[in-house]
Design a protein around this ligand. Structure first.
Ligand code: DNO
Length: 405
């Protein structure tokens, strides 16, 4: 069946683009050229866990709108580490999070992507991994990470978290590294990728890790549940939709549990506070880094709780390493995922929901062409994402023409 709409993308996922604010080398004018209509941003200058001021929110909103765009999704209000850890300050910073969420909703920004990754946000070991085309990709190398954790950071007890063959390879890798290589790996892992809440040096990360001593998976999940029990009712009251981003990579790092990595994790957290305001950011790249995450099955399982989508692809190695491949080329069946998301949008329309449209953004992109020699935020250069968005838009257009969504 062919679409009768004159605009081929009228039923499509909303095309959005992450923008890091006025200091982002990729400008809002660039975003328009890429063909996105929505912007995903945050007050990156207020990232200490305190509530965002309404005036600053209004100012950011104005900047976006003056460029002819819409602030579609907030990514992210930071989660203060005391919330993950369950420290004395958790209640105070949970309230600050909820206050920011309410102030944003008051000005029309209702979709909130956030994450519950402790200490480090998303993590890679390599920012310029050459791919066959000549572009440069982000990569997580499980051996390099173990080498850092066990032999450079020397985290107490770290060795027992790795299999003997991984440890052996990690030791060889660590021994072969010179001072520059150590610095580069350390900076990549702990100095904070764009959007991370905190940046660390070796002493501060050791101290942070120690604060998590004794926090096992169940305890961490308990802290998360307490956070949701406070914040979700406030989200319902102000019309906000929370959508938690999966752990990236979806596994424990530095011996600290992560509780948003698998289908079972999502089932537990969505059931813990069963409200539409307690939702999911479906990030194909993060979830796709685990072979046991069946992505189409996860879209089907959680469809009505998906409020936001990050689309990118990965190629996995058996040892848990992966690199970010082209958006349509990798271990994630991108076409199947998009078809299911379009079907979910259709269900929402058929049910008469005014907010049926799900925002997506092309997540990350390779460093390509003249971006290679420019100053860019890792993963967030213009041309690679522009290419990713164009490819994803092509998939959406084709699927819609074939009657999906
Ligand atoms: C990496 C991103 C992360 C993620 C946030 C969500 O590029 O996917 O920054 O968006 O952690 O809160």
């Amino acid at each position: 069946m062919h679409s009768t709409s004159t605009n081929p993308l009228a039923q499509s996922l909303e095309q959005t683009w992450r923008w890091y604010g006025p200091s982002d080398p990729v400008t809002l004018a660039d975003v328009r050229q890429a063909g996105a209509t929505g912007v995903v941003t945050a007050l990156h200058e207020t990232y200490d866990g305190e509530a965002w001021a309404s005036d600053n929110i209004a100012q950011r909103k104005r900047e976006v709108e003056e460029a002819g765009l819409t602030w579609s999704v907030v990514e992210s209000i930071p989660i203060h580490p005391s919330i993950n850890r369950g420290g004395d300050e958790a209640a105070y910073f949970t309230d600050a999070f909820a206050t920011s969420m309410e102030r944003l909703a008051e000005q029309g920004m209702e979709t909130n992507c956030y994450n519950f990754m402790p200490i480090v946000d998303w993590t890679r070991t390599e920012l310029r991994y050459p791919v066959a085309s000549g572009g440069l990709a982000l990569r997580f190398d499980a051996i390099a990470f173990a080498a850092y954790d066990v032999f450079l950071l020397e985290r107490p007890g770290a060795a027992s978290d790795y299999a003997p063959d991984v440890l052996e390879q990690a030791e060889t890798r660590a021994k072969a590294m010179d001072g520059d290589a150590v610095r580069e790996l350390e900076t990549t892992i702990i100095a904070g990728l764009p959007g991370s809440e905190l940046s660390h040096d070796r002493a501060s990360i050791r101290a942070q890790i120690e604060l998590f001593a004794g926090v096992d998976h169940a305890t961490m999940f308990g802290h998360y549940k307490r956070f949701l029990e406070t914040v979700v009712p406030r989200a319902e009251a102000c019309g906000a939709r929370l959508c938690v981003h999966p752990d990236d990579p979806p596994r424990s790092l530095f011996g600290i549990p992560r509780v948003v990595s698998t289908q079972a994790d999502y089932a537990a957290l969505l059931d813990a506070v069963p409200s539409p305001a307690n939702g999911m950011t479906f990030c194909t790249g993060s979830l796709g880094a685990r072979p046991d995450n069946d992505l189409p099955a996860m879209v089907e399982a959680f469809a009505d709780r998906i409020h936001f989508v990050h689309l990118r692809n990965v190629k996995r190695d058996p040892d848990g390493s992966f690199y970010e491949s082209d958006h349509l080329d990798g271990d994630v069946d991108m076409v199947a995922v998009i078809a299911l998301l379009l079907a979910e949008q259709k269900r929402r329309r058929d049910n008469g929901r005014a907010d049926w449209q799900i925002p997506m953004r092309p997540d990350h992109g390779h460093l390509l062409l003249d971006d290679i020699s420019k100053q860019t935020n890792p993963g967030y250069s213009a041309i690679g994402r522009l290419k990713g968005l164009a490819e994803l838009r092509g998939v959406m257009t084709a699927l819609e023409a074939l009657g999906h969504g």
